[in-house]
Design a protein around this ligand. Structure first.
Ligand code: ADP
Ligand code: ZN
Length: 758
């Protein structure tokens, strides 16, 4: 028997109870995280204590840490089952970058690599061993696991085992036998998308014993969701890309043909873009994936085939040019944006025709399938599609709709991060709405309440298409009654009537419109109706709160310089840049501008290994940047305001109490960032409180909030310009000192001057 060569302090053969302290030490040492995200703690406790578990956290919620950190703390080998080689590779790269021994055993290794990997596993040098479900079924592999006495299995993308899910993978079915084959080991499932039904199914299929089921908050506050009606897909795509110039994004299309067309269009407009779909050969697909991951390419136009293995954490926008097949798909595809917790935008270009396209494709694929397809499959698929369609209709906050779909409450009020709450749409009342409503309702009656929205709208618009003529609907009295209106407009009014409950849309496979008692009241003028006309703004004018705050205080020029440096390291090592540092960490470096290694170490996401490997180079780059511009260092850090953890709601606590609390904190020299975090208020608000505090309390110095050099610099400039307001000072300093700092200095000087006078 080989002697264990664990790198950690705990021997694998001792089923020792690992103290929480070991876990915290491992996290701080390897990952450099300052705090845990919601449910990570509970999830890790289940893993450590060997209690089966199912953890449902949204994409970017930090699921991997839940099994990685315990694996390090325990010092033995955890087996991770993952559906895709690319997913395994990313995790292995990331783990090695933080100094944790990990390997993936899969078909991409040649014989000697495989042997070396098995050897390391057998010698117990490996903390995390990644495998496919197929590998797990091999006898020889199971023997190896028995030999090393595996105690824990983690299953990534656990929903793949459920046929109720949207991503069923037959090979996952083999995992059913895991609990029987390894009765002493615990099994831990992880997934981002699971409705209660799928959740129950996962637990049942895996045969989990009294599992700890942890379901996280599905909301992703850092994502801004927008749904826009389709007008000109190409122009709409271009507008979004322009708005996110220099940032990474994915544009999803339904069909391969659309991918090719759009790619060509964008290329001819001089945009650097790569296409991806299942019709391209494997080599091309791989090279596109790699280019995107390594940040050599920032934009990919693709079908949904692109994404499962894409863990790039700084994707800043995801555009759907067509409707996804289900809300689960939508959540997963948009979930690829902003995994680093920073702001990102998700836009969906909506057209009702897509829903029909999907339904046609589905029916066709079922009809042509060689294997019999259960009728429930088609029904379930259509239901998913109808739910997605309903989501796209306006009026309700998108965050709220998504969260509700997954069976959760949304209490955060207007999200300020969706087209509805940001009021991208201007509305105006429709004149004579009553007549318009009556025309629509009577048309529904004329087609015998047997047709859906699209058909009714066509009749009202007076569309000369075969589908109407063959049914004689071009001869109805309601044919062409709203011919002067736009198609989207009329559709929207139909949905407004449904929402007002004076018209019913059935929830069948192919929903039809029907009348109810209220419809007749409208037609008899016993019930008054108002409708609105919506005008989508060409481009959204308001930015989400997440977008504004996550760049707050960041020195963008420095951020770009550090990003270039990061890319170089990534290329040298053949890993994606976010494996080196993610964007949130980079922005924080560019915000704080740390002056030495100790200060750098305090930045979130920098553990010992990364400090040793890249710290000096990062610092040198920061030094150079700051020296030639004479910039202050060790500036306050910002709480990741857009982090996936929603800031603690301050509820309806009146601002007065917050202000009082802020003042108490200022009294002991607490930084603005920290006060903002503790009171749950924006930094801008806290700066306002700080100025009040200075006026009221007249502190001798403002050193806790403004660096002495900055104070001197601003002071000298104010004197030189005889400045009375902030702007001239800001301009004279080339915008390098923030308005907030300047204001604090000027308020303090004024207070000082008046004290000396009195
Ligand atoms: P998921 O698998 O749930 O989609 P990941 O495990 O990939 O999410 O984590 C998403 C990102 O969040 C990664 O960049 C990871 O390093 C980071 N992360 C995870 N946990 C924490 C934490 N406690 N503090 C800060 N960052 C974290
Ligand atoms: Zn909203």
């Amino acid at each position: 028997m080989n002697s264990p060569q664990s790198t950690s302090t705990i021997n694998a053969s001792q089923p020792a109870v690992v103290a929480a302290a070991d876990l915290s030490t491992a996290i701080a040492r390897h990952w450099g995280f300052k705090s845990l995200r919601p449910l990570q703690d509970a999830a890790m406790r289940a893993v450590l204590s060997g209690q089966d578990s199912l953890v449902v956290l949204p994409t970017g919620g930090g699921k991997s840490l839940c099994y990685q950190a315990p694996a390090v703390a325990r010092g033995d080998t955890t087996v991770v089952v993952s559906p895709l080689i690319s997913l395994m590779k990313d995790q292995v790269d990331s783990l090695r970058a933080v100094g944790v021994p990990a390997v993936a055993l899969n078909s991409s290794l040649d014989a000697s690599e495989s042997r070396a990997a098995v050897h390391a596993v057998r010698n117990r040098q490996i903390r995390l061993l990644f495998v496919s479900p197929e590998r797990l079924a091999l006898d020889s592999f199971r023997q190896l696991l028995i030999e090393i006495d595996v105690q824990r299995f983690a299953l990534d993308e656990a929903h793949c085992i459920s046929q109720w899910g949207h991503d069923f993978r037959p090979e996952y079915r083999q995992l059913k036998f895991l609990k029987q084959q390894f009765p002493r080991a615990s099994v831990h499932g992880f997934t981002a998308t699971a409705t209660p039904q799928v959740r129950r199914d996962i637990v049942e299929q895996l045969g989990l014993r009294q599992p700890e089921v942890l379901v996280g908050n599905f909301d992703r506050p850092n994502l801004t969701y927008r749904v826009v009606p389709r007008s000109d897909v190409y122009a709409q795509t271009l507008e979004l890309i322009e708005r996110h110039r220099g940032e990474a994004g994915i544009v999803y299309c339904i069909r391969r043909r659309d991918v090719d067309d759009l790619t060509e269009h964008l290329k001819s407009a001089g945009i650097d873009v790569l296409p991806y779909h299942a019709g391209l050969d494997a080599g091309t697909r791989k090279s596109v994936q790699t280019a995107f991951k390594q940040e050599r390419c920032d934009l990919v136009v693709a079908t949904v085939a692109f994404g499962m293995g894409i863990d790039r954490s700084n994707i800043r926008f995801v555009l759907h040019t067509g409707i996804p097949k289900s809300i689960e798909h939508y959540q997963q595809e948009t979930g690829r944006a902003g995994r680093d917790g920073l702001e990102a935008e998700c836009v969906l270009i909506y057209s009702a025709a897509d829903v029909m396209t999907w339904k046609r494709l589905l029916t066709k694929s079922v009809a042509e399938s060689e294997q019999p397809v259960a009728p429930e499959y088609l029904q379930s698929a259509i239901r998913h599609l109808n739910d997605m369609d309903a989501y796209c209709r306006p009026l309700v906050c998108r965050h709220q709709s998504l969260v509700k779909y997954f069976g959760q409450q949304y209490d955060s009020g207007p999200c300020q991060a969706c087209d509805v709450c940001l009021e991208d749409t201007l509305t105006e009342p429709v004149e004579d709405a009553q007549t318009v409503a009556k025309k629509i309702l009577s048309c529904v009656g004329r087609v015998d309440q047997r047709f859906g929205v699209s058909h009714v709208v066509r009749v009202l618009l007076g569309d000369h298409v075969a589908a109407l003529r063959s049914r004689g609907h071009d001869r109805l009295s309601t044919f062409g009654l709203l011919k002067d209106c736009g198609k989207n407009e009329v559709r929207d009014w139909v949905y407004q009537l449904v929402k007002l409950q004076v018209l019913v849309q059935t929830s069948d496979e192919y929903p039809v419109l029907q009348l109810n008692d209220a419809s007749w009241e409208v037609m008899r003028d016993q019930r008054k109706i108002s409708l609105v006309r919506r005008h989508k703004l060409a481009a959204p004018t308001r930015r989400s709160k997440a977008d504004v705050t996550s760049w707050e205080g960041v020195d963008r020029e420095l951020f770009d310089a550090l990003r270039t440096l990061r890319r170089g390291y990534a290329e040298d090592r053949g890993v994606p840049p976010y494996v080196i540092f993610n964007d949130a960490t980079l922005r924080e470096m560019a915000r704080v501008r740390p002056s030495n290694l100790e200060k750098l170490r305090l930045i979130y996401g920098i553990g010992e290994r990364k400090l040793a490997e890249f710290g000096a180079a990062m610092l040198a780059a920061i030094d150079e940047h700051c020296q030639c511009r004479n910039l202050s260092r060790d500036r306050p850090s910002a709480p990741p305001a857009t982090s996936i953890i929603p800031p603690k709601s301050t509820g309806t606590r009146p601002p007065r109490i917050e202000k009082q609390k802020a003042k108490t904190l200022f009294h002991v020299g607490t930084s603005v960032a920290e006060v903002a975090q503790k009171t749950g208020r924006a930094q801008s608000t806290i700066y306002g409180y700080l100025c009040e505090y200075i006026r009221d309390e007249r502190p001798a110095s403002v050193e806790p909030w403004v660096q002495p050099e900055v104070y001197q610099l601003v002071s000298a400039t104010v004197d030189r310009l005889q400045a009375q307001s902030l702007k001239p000072v800001f301009l004279a300093l080339d915008g390098k000192i923030s308005y907030d700092d300047i204001r604090v200095v000027m308020v303090h000087r004024a207070v000082q001057a008046s004290s000396t006078r009195t």
